[in-house]
Design a protein around this ligand. Structure first.
Ligand code: AMP
Ligand code: ZN
Length: 117
């Protein structure tokens, strides 16, 4: 499913129906600030096409994921962050709460040096 989904908060942001602090947008994806930042720099990168998670997007069209990563790099560097972390929570058990593919772009914290893996 890549058509907008009625009850999807990110589809609503893409459609301009609810506000967001938008950092960048192109024909593939939009990036905006996370409402509840977990790091000094915390943006989301959201493909315009609605799929439930990053694996579903990759299965539908791998370029969706590539374009999202490229936009993540752009917004991180534009904010002065050459080093950043990308997180794609996949599934409720991994903490996913919005079921429209997105990457968290996290940077700018001493805590970012902590290894998660
Ligand atoms: P996840 O838990 O990985 O699905 O991430 C969803 C993220 O979306 C959370 O970090 C929320 O803070 C963020 N979020 C939810 N609604 C909004 C919104 N309207 N604007 C910006 N960020 C949002
Ligand atoms: Zn959506």
């Amino acid at each position: 499913m890549s058509e907008p989904v009625d009850d999807c908060v990110f589809c609503k942001i893409i459609a301009g129906e609810i506000p967001a602090d938008v950092l960048a947008r192109n024909e593939h994806a939009v990036s905006f600030k996370d409402l509840h930042p977990q790091a000094p720099f915390h943006a989301l990168v959201v493909p315009l096409a609605h799929h439930a998670d990053v694996a579903a997007s990759a299965a539908a069209d791998p370029s969706i994921v590539g374009h999202a990563v490229a936009l993540a790099d752009e917004v991180a560097r534009a904010a002065g962050n050459d080093h950043y972390r990308l997180v794609a929570n996949t599934g409720r058990g991994a903490g996913q709460t919005v079921f429209h593919t997105h990457f968290h772009v996290l940077a700018g914290s001493s805590g970012m040096t902590e290894r998660l893996v």
